[in-house]
Design a protein around this ligand. Structure first.
Ligand SMILES: [Zn+2]
Ligand SMILES: [Zn+2]
Length: 345
């Protein structure tokens, strides 16, 4: 019985992640991504060589170079860790998002009174809520990501994602657990706030179009180009779509170790936030053969210590330095006292 329980404990998170249509790593999203990757590569081969060779396309997708790389094994370790650590963390974050939502609703009700806008139009309310919560996620994601590239102690944690030297759909999970927690609380603020505002505006609990609780817009993104952002395939969106949608190539530029690409393309699905903040880099049509990873990090970045312990130590050190330089920049009490005395004399 105990063995049965232990096996269930180990298998449940894995089967849920693989077979729930709304999960990030579902077999359905991976299968649709595979079909899209084959079509994109076939199109490119045909445009270049006049024909598309299926064996060559399969070799490009299942290249040995990626599967044998130490970076890929580090991604696998973090996937395994995420499957068991993330569910309780996410539960805590849902609770905190709910708290933010209730607080926002009561604040707005106290300030402006109760509102019951477009009552009776349930489909319209659900559609508006789906779009607003998607935008709240996008803004929360961008601000969180922007700060993690600008604030040294946050960068030390986020760097784990950037030390990936080969990109596969598993790289999506390559995040330090504390980085995930900070991201989750950032989302709780933005999505909880938006949910509270919607509840106040429409006078009812927020409902969205979803699959397994995940916003349908996010699921569509995941089933089409989401996984390809972490892949070796250069699929750029230019023209009118370049400043709007974050194509796979947009995110690959974000992972580039070329200094010209540092702190570029920090959005998730939409590129408009980068466009507004001046951090957008629209990918070229031709594959520039980017190299990924963080300069000077070396192969130790893929060990357990490199992905879990070093980022914590680096982050604590950066925080200590920030506190020390802040303390040094403040005038001391004695210096302030003698300055005041001089003014009085
Ligand atoms: Zn980043
Ligand atoms: Zn990434």
């Amino acid at each position: 019985m105990q063995l049965h329980g232990a096996i269930r404990f180990l298998l449940d998170p894995i089967t849920s992640e693989l077979f729930l249509p709304g999960s990030i790593l579902s077999v359905y999203s991976l299968a649709s991504t595979f079909v899209i990757a084959v079509c994109a590569l076939a199109y490119r081969h045909r445009a270049r060589r006049g024909h598309a060779s299926l064996p060559a396309i399969f070799r490009a997708i299942f290249g040995q170079r990626v599967a044998r790389h130490k970076s890929f094994y580090a991604d696998v370790k973090l996937v395994a860790l995420s499957l068991f650590i993330l569910p309780p963390v996410m539960l805590a974050l849902v609770v905190s998002a709910k708290t933010v939502s209730i607080a926002t609703r009561s604040l707005l009700t106290n300030l402006f009174g109760a509102v019951g806008a477009i009552e009776g139009h349930n489909a319209l309310i659900t559609a508006v809520s789906t779009i607003v919560l998607f935008l709240a996620y996008e803004i929360g994601y961008f601000i969180d990501h922007y700060l993690k590239h600008r604030v040294p102690f946050l960068w030390e944690l986020h760097k784990v994602h950037h030390t990936a030297e080969v990109l596969t759909p598993l790289t999506n999970y390559r995040n330090h657990p504390l980085d995930n927690v900070i991201f989750g609380y950032m989302l709780s603020i933005f999505m909880g706030g938006a949910s509270g505002a919607l509840t106040w505006l429409f006078g009812r609990d927020t409902e969205i179009v979803s699959i397994d609780g995940k916003n349908i817009i996010f699921i569509v993104f995941l089933w089409t180009i989401g996984h390809l952002q972490h892949s070796q395939f250069w699929i750029p969106f230019g023209g009118v779509w370049g400043p709007i949608i974050m194509s796979p190539a947009h995110h690959q530029i974000h992972h580039s170790n070329d200094p010209r690409h540092y702190n570029r393309n920090m959005g998730s699905v939409l590129a408009i936030w980068d466009w507004m903040m001046g951090t957008l880099e629209i990918p070229s049509e031709e594959n520039p053969r980017l190299c990924y990873g963080v300069e000077g990090e070396g192969r130790s970045a893929h060990s357990w210590i490199g992905i879990l312990v070093s980022p914590l130590a680096g982050s604590a050190l950066a925080l200590w330095r920030a506190c020390r330089s802040m303390k040094n920049s403040l005038p001391s009490a004695t210096a302030l006292g003698s300055e005041q005395k001089r003014e009085i004399i």
